[in-house]
Design a protein around this ligand. Structure first.
Ligand SMILES: [Zn+2]
Length: 247
């Protein structure tokens, strides 16, 4: 019997200069796609991060008022490791982010400020595949980001943004969803992997609460395991995968 053919992922589009990554929480990008971001900034591309929340509900033993500034600091350090210096927070409330026009407007405003050709977000679907349930914040932010890529280009959807001096930006060509169970494209994770490990390790407080394992062993195992599994669909090269929605 012959092996079933595994559909191979396409390389990510390369003709862009600026990307904006929009996710719900500190660590969302580090768990999924920091290796790709490191490779892109190495090539001289600009990447900025926008986080809907400060992840203040993420650590059981830390009250939100203490947790928010700590996670913000860890997120900024973690972004710096992969060459990202602009990190913004939209201050929606962690755990109860609501999909709706307020969220779409905040993300559309960020897209107009940064004027990216590529927008990155995280899994907007109900599950991670199979029966692994996704969290409501990820679903809300992922969906709102896919919608806001179009909202940002329409002068009449959120006219208050134009009043604030944010002119429409209709230049988003792709929205790439990390952590999707239906990926279409991939980036070679090899050149950025060491920095991806160090980037995730910057979320030290969160990781120390999460696992009994040595943080570096845990982080390296998690990231390389995922990248190697994804590589089966990318010519055997460890990969970061995306589901790309072209516009
Ligand atoms: Zn998250």
């Amino acid at each position: 019997m012959t092996e079933p053919t595994i559909t191979q992922l396409e390389p990510m589009p390369g003709d862009w200069r600026r990307a904006l990554a929009v996710v719900a929480h500190p660590d969302d990008l580090e768990y999924g796609c920091a290796a790709a971001i490191a490779a892109w900034t190495d090539e001289g591309r600009e990447v900025a991060y926008v986080l809907a929340t400060r992840g203040e509900a993420g650590i059981d033993t830390l009250a939100p008022a203490e947790c928010a500034p700590l996670r913000e600091r860890e997120q900024r350090a973690s972004a710096a490791v992969v060459g990202v210096s602009e990190v913004e927070f939209l201050d929606h409330r962690d755990g109860v982010v609501e999909y709706g026009t307020a969220l779409r407007r905040d993300i559309a405003a960020a897209i107009r400020r940064h004027r990216p050709e590529l927008v990155i977000t995280m899994n907007h679907r109900d599950t991670w595949g199979g029966v692994a349930w996704n969290t409501p914040d990820h679903v809300a932010v992922g969906r709102a980001t896919l919608d806001a890529a179009a909202d940002a280009g329409n002068r009449w959807i959120f006219p208050e943004l134009t009043d604030r001096g944010l002119e429409p930006w209709n230049g988003v060509r792709w929205v790439a969803v990390a952590g999707s169970s239906s990926p279409t494209h991939a980036v070679d994770a090899t050149p950025g992997m060491e920095r991806a490990v160090r980037s995730l390790l910057e979320h030290r407080t969160y990781i120390e609460v999460l696992t009994e394992e040595d943080p570096e062993t845990y982080v390296r195992g998690f990231l390389t395991g995922f990248a190697e599994a994804a590589g089966e669909r990318f010519g055997g090269r460890p990969a970061v995968t995306f589901e790309v929605f072209a516009r």
